[in-house]
Design a protein around this ligand. Sequence first.
Ligand SMILES: [Zn+2]
Length: 255
Amino acid sequence: MRSIVCATAFFAAACLGQTIDKTKLVDLTYSFNEKTIYWPNAKGFQHRKDTWAVTPAGYWYAAGGFSTDEHGGTHFDSPIHFGQRKTTLDKIPVQRLVGAAAVIDISASASKTRDYRATAQDLANWEKTNGAIPSGSMVLFRTGWSKYWPDRKQYMGSDVPGDVEHLHFPGISKEAAEILVKRGVSGVGIDTASMDYGPSKDFIVHQVLNKADIFGLENIANMERLPAKGATLIALPIKIEDGSGGPVRIIAILP
Ligand SMILES: [Zn+2]
């Protein structure tokens, strides 16, 4: 309810809180823990609990530290990841981290073919129903792979540490990535470990998107809760200076 009170500057801050219906917030982020899936040659996530106890003085005190590779779990690929001299993690304007979400469901095709890549036709089908993908939006591909998280063998195709030769999971085709560049999207996300499908050796989708200064979102959770269009996404990565990527907290506001 936007009352007359809200029209006055004095109550503006209180009224701002009313503009978001909090029942419509969805967390699209996996927790970071020892099971979090990273690329097979990465070190993964380590959480160190230095103090986790009642102190001799009688009060509770908990503090620790963590270490992580940039690319693992629900994370952000900054354009510099595969785009030389492109934007680093700290330089992405916050305006680009908020936008309309276009959700393209390729789960039926991916369930038949593990190495499925979203096609130009998949994009055309979405646009036929929902209109052109808006510039500045974030396009999310839903493969249905979250049902396997955190089973590394099912999710990645191999659970052998260091094994990058037997990866099998769905991704995006080069042709689809090129269309997304033409549409001027802000970012591209997926519910698998990479925007490029498991067997990829050249990571061409990363190359095409990152060279166009488009960022990536990988290992997205709970995407089945999003409609094809109408949700607003807020994707806030950790602000590492000169970072090529890092953990990101993604939330959606449902329409
Ligand atoms: Zn990445």
